[in-house]
Design a protein around this ligand. Structure first.
Ligand code: ADP
Ligand code: 5GP
Length: 190
């Protein structure tokens, strides 16, 4: 595994915590960040496009990339739904001299932090409660009732990972959380 020259910022959270909302806000205030586009075997949802939010692969394509050692890390985040960080993404971002931004599950977040150590900041985004998480997933309107159920089922386990992250940001009031993210990130990049 090749170490990154630059700095990296890792975000993890139970699905529906507001991680994408906060990452998008952070990225909109500076061009020094570059999003690490993961590969996934799940189907695109809403307005998602291949090569923008994710590289959407078939399960067979995903397995071939695992066999070819193309992933820095990968996880079966939900049954039969694979997600992984491509080594080529991290290289692309390093070569561009940008700060890599990762949106990964809690296990991936802990693994990437363990590998990059002080070069990486790991941030856990915490929802105010499981009920609010459910409300946000339903309100987002992009997932079926079955998918929402599987995400909520996983949330309690994911919350136990919070203490393994460098920083925890509670996303209750969105404006407060946006400010807090900018603050912890700018402290790290100083
Ligand atoms: P994630 O990326 O963690 O799955 P999203 O960023 O997609 O979560 O947010 C889930 C839903 O909750 C979205 O509809 C988003 O607009 C909404 N949301 C995000 N943050 C807040 C907040 N602080 N208060 C209320 N709703 C929020
Ligand atoms: P979603 O389907 O909501 O986009 O993502 C589901 C979960 O998979 C989220 O927790 C997200 O952070 C995680 N995820 C996305 N990309 C990766 C990745 O490359 N590696 C790992 N380990 N998890 C990922």
């Amino acid at each position: 595994m090749k170490k990154a020259k630059g700095k990296l910022i890792i975000f993890s959270a139970p699905s529906g915590s507001g991680k994408s909302t906060l990452i998008n806000h952070m990225m909109s205030v500076s061009d020094k960040f570059e999003f690490s586009i993961s590969a996934t075997s799940r189907a695109p949802r809403g307005t998602e496009q291949n090569g923008k939010e994710y590289y959407f692969l078939t399960p067979d394509e995903f397995r071939t990339k695992i066999a070819n050692n193309e992933f820095l890390e990968w996880e079966e985040v939900y049954p039969n739904k694979f997600y992984g960080t491509l080594r080529s993404e991290v290289e692309r971002i390093n070569n561009a001299g940008k700060v890599a931004v990762f949106d990964v599950d809690v296990k991936g977040g802990v693994n990437i932090k363990r590998f990059y150590k002080k070069h990486a900041l790991s941030v856990f985004i915490k929802p105010p409660s499981i009920q609010e998480l459910k409300r946000r997933l339903v309100g987002r309107g992009t997932d079926s009732a079955e998918v929402i159920k599987s995400r909520i089922k996983k949330a309690s386990m994911e919350l136990t990972y919070a203490k393994r992250f460098d920083r925890i940001v509670v996303n209750d009031d969105l404006e407060t959380a946006k400010k807090e993210i900018l603050q912890v990130v700018s402290e790290f990049l100083k």
